[in-house]
Design a protein around this ligand. Structure first.
Ligand code: SF4
Ligand code: SF4
Length: 138
């Protein structure tokens, strides 16, 4: 990465508050997520999907408990090493970075998202993300 590249920490630093693990926005799991998480919890993909996911259309997403927290939340993420791609990429998701307004809206619910950055910085970061195929580099 070039020396004038923007480090992701300039835009976001997780405060470990757990707010993003609560609510009904939906944490989708990819086929790879399913394989890794089911192995991590000592289960099979089918049992994992049956017991820990619900379908949204035909896409599986993690279920929430009655208190609306993710089923894997227990003061911290209990599957942190294999948490879903969505959770690992947050908040650097294409849908959020597509529009600077989305970034600011999400900052209302995620205290780790920094808002004291210019739109130009955000745009430059998006270009950088596209160049790196949306992989976040620390
Ligand atoms: S809401 Fe934001 S700051 Fe809080 S745990 Fe989630 S990512 Fe981190
Ligand atoms: S998998 Fe972990 S990081 Fe993702 S929503 Fe659930 S508790 Fe939070």
């Amino acid at each position: 990465m070039s020396s004038d590249s923007i480090n992701s920490e300039a835009l976001f630093k997780c405060r470990r508050c757990g707010a993003c693990c609560k609510g009904y926005g939906g944490t989708y799991v990819t086929d790879r997520d399913i394989r890794l998480i089911s192995r991590y919890i000592g289960s099979t993909s089918q049992i994992f999907v049956d017991q820990y996911c619900k379908l949204s259309g035909n896409k599986p997403m993690l279920t929430q408990r009655k208190d609306s927290y993710c089923i894997f939340w227990n003061d911290l993420c209990t599957i942190h090493p294999v948490k879903p791609l969505m959770c690992r990429k947050w908040p650097f998701l294409e849908s959020i970075l597509a529009d600077a307004n989305n970034w600011l809206i999400m900052a209302d619910s995620c205290p780790g998202i920094k808002t004291d950055i210019s739109t130009d910085t955000l745009k430059k970061f998006v270009k950088q993300m596209i160049l790196h195929n949306w992989n976040v580099e620390p």
